[in-house]
Design a protein around this ligand. Structure first.
Ligand SMILES: Cc1cc2nc3c(=O)[nH]c(=O)nc-3n(C[C@H](O)[C@H](O)[C@H](O)COP(=O)(O)OP(=O)(O)OC[C@H]3O[C@@H](n4cnc5c(N)ncnc54)[C@H](O)[C@@H]3O)c2cc1C
Length: 357
């Protein structure tokens, strides 16, 4: 009998598992052959602490130090650009993300392909950083194992049954696993896992977000360019390992599945990006999509379900699963009876599944 079975080997399950392994015997099961195959393998890998709902921002700010200690952050910077008719959206972004307004020419000095005939407004912050998401997943997996926990990949939970002592999780191989408490870190599938456990969902909506990988614009060294957002998050672009990633910033609700990019959505997003730059898109090298899963209030859902406290949610990470993970894992530790997270009761209440029951 394990103390915890964690369902899901993305950043949510691994970061929570690394903490919970200090409290008892943890087994993490991941359906796919590799960890981080779904959302956690497809992100834009940015740390921008002021992005998201208030409780998420609190988690993100509290996560910065641990991310830095893990050695996963590196300098990036963040630029918002807007056309003249986008002034209202631009002003909201500046306020939300606490950015400094700069002149269009200053923005162009940072990213020389910006089209000064189009860019009417620009703002910048140095606070945004790259996250080495692979290193982060590996570090959490190593910590989980070092603390005596175990990870099984290719292990899909196919049925879940409750009895007086805890849970029996039946894998699709037929093997049965037992635990006192169950942690639902199944990303887009979290409501489905709850349904298997006989609990109502939390109203999670998986939303597709796509990315096109382009070659670096010819003749430009893009390594030091900041990430660029079209005002109101209508597209974004980011340098990554010598390539230029452009996202339509799509947010289309879908059923949980192994997501892929929709060609039309990608083409429309690339057109929005092209409006703002002087170098046209000539070639998409590859593209992909992942699911960002949101609770109705777009805030993470962390802690025991009031309907059955032996079922612990770790879901609703939306577009902030990496940048909030260290803080979220501390909340999970406290929720499971471990050390206090240090977050105020109002923040814990804003994150608790009880708000959705
Ligand atoms: C395009 C894009 C850009 C993003 N950019 C950023 C960013 O810049 N910064 C940031 O912080 N976040 C970003 N995100 C969000 C981030 O990627 C997610 O919040 C995070 O990866 C969610 O992690 P997770 O562990 O909850 O989900 P997942 O990584 O999807 O993991 C859930 C796992 O559960 C497994 N599972 C499901 N059902 C079962 C079952 N029955 N049995 C066993 N296993 C099961 C799945 O196979 C899956 O591996 C982005 C996401 C996308 C798609």
């Amino acid at each position: 009998m394990h103390d915890f079975i964690i369902i899901g080997g993305g950043v949510a399950g691994l970061s929570a598992g690394a903490r919970l392994a200090g409290l008892g015997d943890v087994l993490l099961v991941e359906a796919e052959a590799q960890l981080g195959y779904h959302a956690s393998g497809r992100s834009a890998a940015l740390y921008e602490a002021d992005y998201g709902a208030p409780a998420t921002v609190t988690l993100a700010r509290a996560s910065g130090e641990e991310l830095a200690e893990m050695g996963v952050l590196s300098r990036r910077g963040f630029l918002v650009v807007a056309q003249a008719h986008e002034e209202a959206a631009f002003a909201r972004d500046c306020a939300d993300l606490r950015m400094t307004r700069i002149g269009p020419a200053e923005a162009q000095a940072m990213v020389p392909i910006l089209d000064l005939d189009r860019v009417a407004f620009a703002a910048h912050t140095d606070a945004a950083q790259n996250i080495d998401t692979d290193l982060m997943l590996q570090t959490y997996a190593r910590r989980l194992r070092e603390r005596g926990g175990a990870i099984r990949t290719g292990a899909r939970a196919a049925a879940i049954a409750r009895d007086g002592e805890g849970w029996t999780v039946t894998l699709d191989s037929g093997e049965e696993l037992r635990a006192r408490r169950l942690v639902d870190a199944a990303g887009a599938w979290a409501d489905r896992v709850a349904a298997m456990a006989g609990l109502p969902g939390i109203g999670l909506t998986p939303c597709r977000r796509s990315i096109a990988q382009l070659p670096a614009p010819e003749g430009h060294d893009i390594r030091a360019w900041p990430m660029i957002f079209g005002a109101g998050e209508t597209w974004y672009a980011k340098p990554e390992a010598g390539k230029w990633l452009v996202s339509p910033a799509d947010e289309d609700p879908v059923e949980p599945h192994d997501a892929w990019a929709d060609d039309m959505v990608l083409a429309e997003g690339l057109a929005r990006y092209e409006e703002m730059v002087t170098v046209p898109v000539t070639r998409v090298e590859t593209s992909w999509a992942g699911l960002r899963s949101f609770a109705p209030d777009r805030t993470l859902v962390l802690g025991p379900d009031p309907l059955d406290p032996a079922f612990i949610w770790c879901a609703g990470q939306g577009g902030q699963g990496f940048l909030s993970a260290p803080g979220a894992a501390r909340v999970m530790e406290e929720a499971a009876g471990g050390a206090p997270s240090g977050f105020a009761p109002a923040i814990l209440a804003a994150l608790s599944p009880a708000r959705l029951r």
